[in-house]
Design a protein around this ligand. Sequence first.
Ligand SMILES: Cc1ncc(COP(=O)(O)O)c(C=O)c1O
Length: 438
Amino acid sequence: MQYSANTLEHHWMPFTPNREFKGAPRLVVKSKGVELWDHNGNRLLDGSSGLFCVAAGHGRPEIAQAVYAALLENDYTAPFNLAQPSSFEIARMVAALTPEDINHVFFANSGSEAIDTALKIAMAYHRARGEGQRTRFVSRERAYHGVNIGGTSLSGMVKNRETFTGVMPNVVCMRHTWLKENRFVRGQPENGAELADDLQRMVETYGGGTIAACFVEPVAGSTGVLVPPRGYLQRLREICDANGILLVFDEVITGFGRLGAAFAAQAFGVTPDIMTMAKALTNGAQPMGAIAVKDGIYDTIVNAAPAGAIELFHGYTCSAHPAACAAGIATQKIFEDEKLFERSAGLSNYFLDAVFALRDIELVTDIRGLGLLSGFDIAPGAAPGARGAQIQKNLFASGLHIKFTGDTGIFAPPLVTTRDQLDEMCAILRKTLEEFKD
Ligand SMILES: Cc1ncc(COP(=O)(O)O)c(C=O)c1O
């Protein structure tokens, strides 16, 4: 099927050079497992699990059937002061996966909404315990926390913020954790834990009692997979504990087996106070975000309100939508039945061997990786990001979808990928990078 620029004009596409794309569109019309097909009938492999969400592979009939059945049975129930049963079931399933004392789950429709919800829960928690003066938030350079105003305010990526100056005040950024001497380190680098002391400097500069929460992606994902140095997250935890600051892990990418454990919290052995998640929660089949909090946070907010009163003035029309809950439950069953988190852990070494073997390619200036998540940097050309954009197109033409941020590729195959499929992906990557010309 052919599409002309005229047919495509009305959709204003997100994070896309619209004018260029519509002149030469890349449309996916079918997907199954780890494979995609474009509108010209070409087969591709999905090297980024869509946008890091399709952990169990595309086209899972269990999920499609569950969503269909849910919509036929009860397509919508107002989620305020009313409920439908599957929301409690998916909350229970999520709580079973989160660390021990994180057992209360609020639902949103995306990672961005999860982040804004987490900001508001942090504010509500401190206010409920009489510390409403904690209005400052700490984030990090090169952070990506979605695109709502809250997430944009926490963002550490210049392009995502420079147009939008009217963001939340009182956000300060720690340094990112990329260090030149850690280039090509596989897993957690030994150097750099002291970068966490930036949080201590914030405490000393602004007063620990003014800071509500510190938001970090345990592994900074969208900016190119920055694996935290050994001891870094532990140090953040200590500083937060010493100063009454909530530690928030944004697990939108790292959640649901990407690092070989349910969450990065378990993979790194550090328990945050609040976790945000989305993407693989429903295998990307329905929009859904979630915010899981420690019992003490839920209890504090709920118990501070008068009996019979609403405790948190927050929620979305589609919070815990029946179709999203059904997709989430079916997805979690697949994870469990197919032991996909264990599969991810078992495949990690093979994956990282294959990815780090690309280090001899002249164009590649750094590779990082942990679990089934890896980032590789390309030496920039005349304009930053131009090579990355071109390489992404060349890869697509050669049969591989990889998400690029600027000149950095993010390689994160579905957890169900076979070794043969990984080999095929890496062969396409090698050939495309070796043959690349500006
Ligand atoms: C760490 C992190 N937080 C938040 C988001 C935003 O999620 P969404 O695009 O579902 O709003 C993303 C998206 O990639 C993410 O990687």
